[in-house]
Design a protein around this ligand. Structure first.
Ligand code: PLP
Length: 475
């Protein structure tokens, strides 16, 4: 299996060669040359498998340059009940992604039982083990430089902590994250993790990452890498839980399901799209946004109109506060029949700060084949949904999951079970839970009091040269 760029200007690459990088050299995103298909016999066998074995079956279809026995070790080590132990009382942690039924035909798939209580652990944990394996094979090291406003940074740090050959430099806006989020990241004692709090906003952090990455000489000398959401292996790891969710919500492979996914950068739902392309019986993929509704607008109107950062709302589902969806190009590549010339033309407009409109093109007529539906949710909707779910089922959900529950209700198909992906635990967004329910969310026992642990963080001005000097000094 080789990987190609959505913009057609890069030589096909092996999996291990694209694992450590981000964008393709032509500015596109990597995708497999074709989507491997799952036969009826395979689907029947897979239904009975535990998560780590299911993950191995799917990884094997996409990775042919890591020996099967090594891949098995990596999958076994990544998806353990111990790592995903923060599940609701009464659920089996060995399921990794337990399914909770709210009412017949309406389910939550718990994806946030990993170390940082957000679904980003599902992919990042695999990435950590893959990085360590490939770097050891090649005798190389990598310095991961990232910017975070919360969820991504902590998931990356917990996945990379103690990994040989990997150092992490994570920039976060000083004083802008919650006390819980700060404690999660800054209290990690591992030598290979460096937290840098920048006097500024998230955008300042991101600008520094861009400035450092644009310095080709520095980037090569210090082997600067990224773990952002466009990394193919992150999308790949997420395909697995769509299969797991399908098996958990159905009794036979003759049935169909619908998924509803709270979306920001289009990474999570892109994995759902690929699962469907592989042959998983998915009747509908429902995309939910918050007030930042770039993607909802596309699926309703055929217009993709990224916003400026100044026009991006700060909401109570902050991990979906995006102005443009970095993984969306992967879906458009499939929608336009995998023609890189069309993608190049469309993204020439996007990269220049513009938008595109597919109305009147043959692609618009093809959109329904991909089975998407979409909707948006507001702060008032989140509050009402968190309350309703608590009052009806005595179940606490986080703000992102609430966006998806609200939108899922609007897109039910008769006789088709709906699986809502639960992407974070409510404890991460305690302020909004207080507003909705007038009480504090419960927190997993071992995370009680983490705010009191000693913290390690370098506070710096928003200055790329100073960040470079720090990286150089640590390497
Ligand atoms: C990152 C994130 C999302 C959005 O996922 P995408 O893959 O960017 O679409 C939704 N919910 C939570 C809690 C997240 O951390």
């Amino acid at each position: 299996m080789k990987y190609i760029s959505t913009r057609g200007g890069a030589a096909p690459q092996a999996f291990s060669d694209i694992l450590l990088g981000g964008l393709a050299p032509d500015g596109g995103l990597y995708l497999p040359e074709s989507y491997p298909q799952v036969s009826a016999a395979e689907l029947a066998e897979w239904r009975e498998l535990p998560y780590h074995a299911l993950a191995l079956r799917i990884l094997q279809k996409y990775i042919d340059d890591i020996p099967a026995c090594d891949l098995k070790t990596l999958a076994d080590r990544t998806y353990t009940a111990q790592t995903y132990r923060h599940c609701r009382p009464g659920r089996d942690a060995a399921d990794i992604t337990p399914l909770t039924t709210l009412e017949p035909g309406f389910h939550l798939l718990e994806l946030s039982n990993g170390p940082t209580l957000a679904f980003k652990d599902m992919a990042m944990q695999l990435l950590g083990n893959l990085f360590e394996y490939v770097l050891a094979k090649r005798g190389e090291t990598i310095n991961i430089l990232g910017a975070t406003s919360g969820d991504t940074g902590s998931a990356a740090e917990y996945a990379m902590r103690g990994k040989k050959g990997v150092r992490v430099f994570m920039l976060s806006p000083d004083g802008k994250m919650s006390a819980f989020q700060r404690a999660q990241m800054y209290s990690l004692p591992d030598e290979n993790i460096t937290n840098i709090a920048i006097r500024g906003m998230f955008d300042d952090c991101q600008d520094i990452v861009k400035a450092v990455s644009n310095d080709a000489a520095f980037k090569a000398r210090y082997k600067i890498g990224a773990v952002n959401s466009i990394n193919w292996a992150r999308v790949l790891a997420q395909i697995v839980y769509y299969f797991k969710g399908y098996f958990a919500a159905t009794k036979s492979n003759d049935e169909q399901v619908a998924f509803c996914v709270p979306s920001g950068n289009f990474g999570n739902i892109c994995a759902g799209h690929i699962a469907r392309m592989m042959g998983l019986p998915v009747a509908r993929l429902v995309l939910a946004t918050n007030e930042n509704d770039v993607l909802d607008e596309f699926f309703r109107c055929g217009v993709y109109r990224p916003r400026g950062t100044a026009d991006t709302y700060v909401t109570s589902s902050p991990s979906m506060d995006i102005s443009k969806a970095s993984n969306f190009e992967r879906f458009i590549f499939d929608l336009v029949g995998r023609d890189p010339a069309v993608v190049r033309e469309l993204w020439n407009k996007v990269d220049a700060g513009g938008s595109f409109d597919l109305n009147g093109t043959p692609f618009m007529a093809r959109l329904p084949e991909f089975r998407f539906a979409s909707g948006r949710s507001t702060h008032a909707d989140r509050i009402a949904t968190i309350r309703a779910v608590w009052n009806t089922y005595r179940l606490m959900i986080d703000t992102h999951t609430a966006d998806a529950v609200k939108v899922a209700r609007e897109h039910m198909l008769a006789g088709v079970p709906m699986v809502v992906l639960e992407t974070a635990q409510p404890v991460k967004f305690a302020e909004t839970i207080q507003e909705a329910l007038g009480c504090d969310p419960v927190r997993p026992k071992e995370l009680e009091g983490i705010e009191a642990l000693p913290q390690r963080v370098e506070v710096m001005d928003a200055d790329a040269a100073a960040v470079k000097a720090l990286i150089a000094a640590r390497c």
